[in-house]
Design a protein around this ligand. Structure first.
Ligand code: NDP
Length: 323
């Protein structure tokens, strides 16, 4: 089968198309014939070495949707022929992947496998951020960085569905329009405007109850200055680089702030939790309250270009590889 293989850390050019043996599911696993594979920043982190690879060579990719082709011993939740989707199992930049069966969720007949692949990782992330990490309430204000990004567009819609006021940051007028159309109440172009004073102005000097910050290095200081007393700094990603260390005394000086650095892995711990989050996201897509925006589809062989595009900061929404 065709798969992308990484033999050493580096730039997008280390993503090589290779012919590798089709994997066989072991006990508890299912073999999935992938129709679409999501491209995520976490794939760039494993590729570059920011996150430690499982060993070399390895096939990247943590999200996909397709049809179950075979199951290993003891698997009862899925069977060959089932349409399924998943996130957080490495190896989806390929025509086939073996996946722990408990991570698979059924894809309803009226949701395309393409949309399901586009939703699993970023959608479940948006879900845990607003439901669990900082359960957002109506009458609260959230600041969401990179509001026109893959997570940003979904997170904005879920935050608005909860009745919160949403402020986003973006880097261009085109992205501002997209963020607005996802429901953002206020959009700040943070390449032109210092966002922290603007957030304070928009909140009558108080600041946001929570900042969902997936940008990291370049926004961290401003994030701390955008929060109200006892606000939550939810640092969930590093698109611009790692957040420098934060002295707890800074959290005191800026108002008894809370800081957390969550990952979907911490919020998708059991089959029940995965079913809850994925089910809620798929339900929201089916009833029209959540729109998924696929920015571009690439053949598997163009994984290099997909990574270049994601890291270039030009994309809005989801990038998919079509194996
Ligand atoms: P996006 O589509 O949001 O792309 C990243 C965006 O970050 C860019 O479009 C850009 O938006 C902004 N950005 C700001 N500075 C930079 C920079 N120097 N280089 C690149 N991008 C920059 O990606 P995703 O939706 O896939 O991921 C968003 C973040 O969420 C990532 O940090 C990712 O790691 C994190 N994440 C975390 C998860 C978790 O569970 N913790 C799970 C999923 C994603 P703009 O041009 O508007 O500034």
């Amino acid at each position: 089968m065709n798969a992308i293989v990484i033999e050493k850390n580096g730039g997008p050019e280390v993503l090589k198309l290779a012919d590798v043996p089709k994997p066989t599911p072991k006990a508890g696993e299912a073999l999935v014939k992938l129709e679409a594979t999501g491209v995520n920043f976490i794939d760039c982190y494993f590729r570059s070495g920011l996150y430690k690879a499982p060993g070399f060579p390895f096939t990247p990719g943590n999200e996909g949707a397709g049809t179950v082709e075979a199951v290993g011993e003891g698997v009862t939740n899925v069977k060959p022929g089932d349409r399924v989707a998943y996130a957080m199992a490495m190896g989806s930049y390929a025509q086939y992947a073996v996946v722990p069966a408990w991570r698979l969720v059924p894809v309803p007949a009226d949701v395309s496998l393409r949309d399901a692949a586009a939703l699993m990782l970023q959608g479940m992330t948006a879900h845990y951020l607003v439901e669990s990490t900082f359960p957002l309430q109506r009458d609260q204000t959230a600041l969401i960085h990179a509001g026109a990004g893959g997570v940003g567009l979904l997170l904005t819609q879920l935050a608005k569905a909860k009745g919160a006021t949403v402020i986003t940051t973006v880097s261009s007028a085109e992205k501002a329009a997209l963020s607005k159309s996802a429901g953002a109440d206020h959009v700040i172009n943070y390449t032109e405007t210092d966002f922290a004073p603007e957030v304070k102005r928009l909140t009558e000097g108080k600041g946001a109850h929570v900042v969902y910050d997936g940008v990291g290095r370049t926004t961290a200081d401003g994030t701390l200055d955008s929060l109200r007393v006892r606000g939550y700094f939810v640092s969930f990603g590093s698109a611009s680089g790692l957040v420098p260390s934060i002295d707890p005394q800074v959290l005191n000086a800026k108002g008894g702030l809370f800081l957390t650095r969550p990952s979907l892995a911490h919020y998708a711990q059991t089959p029940e939790e995965v079913a809850w989050r994925a089910g809620a996201i798929l339900h929201a897509v089916r009833n029209g309250t959540l729109k998924v925006r696929v920015e571009r589809e690439y053949p598997l062989a163009d994984a290099v270009r997909a990574h270049e595009d994601l890291e270039s900061r030009k994309t809005s929404g989801k990038l998919l590889l079509m194996p």
